[in-house]
Write a new protein. Structure first.
Length: 108
């Protein structure tokens, strides 16, 4: 069974036991997080939300803050003496997915 969740304006396909990197969150390492924007749950019977599945949530644990790969941004103008180089490392929060809960009697 897996679920499609939305967090930080992005969508992720997760199943129990997965580790994902999401945009930086304010929660501290070791704390529990409940992600309730579940777009779909896929198992023997698929449940699709309009836009979210009612009563469904994904329980996760915050592993900690991680940084992404370095991206080099270089700007240069031809025939001018203009050169500028910047680097950027995006900050993420690593989450370990513990369980996917389907709320309600019929999961609706």
């Amino acid at each position: 069974m897996y679920a499609i969740i939305e967090t930080g304006g992005k969508q992720y396909k997760v199943s129990s036991g997965d580790t994902i990197k999401v945009d930086k969150m304010a929660e501290a390492a070791g704390s529990a997080v409940s992600l309730n924007k579940v777009l779909a749950i896929i198992d023997k019977k698929s449940k699709l939300g309009k836009p979210y599945v009612k009563g469904a949530e994904v329980k996760a644990e915050v592993i900690g803050a991680v940084k992404g790969d370095k991206v080099i941004v270089h700007k240069q103008r031809p025939r001018k003496v203009y050169r500028k180089t910047n680097g950027h490392r995006q900050q993420y929060t690593a989450l370990k997915i513990n369980e996917i809960l389907i709320g309600g009697k019929d999961g609706a």
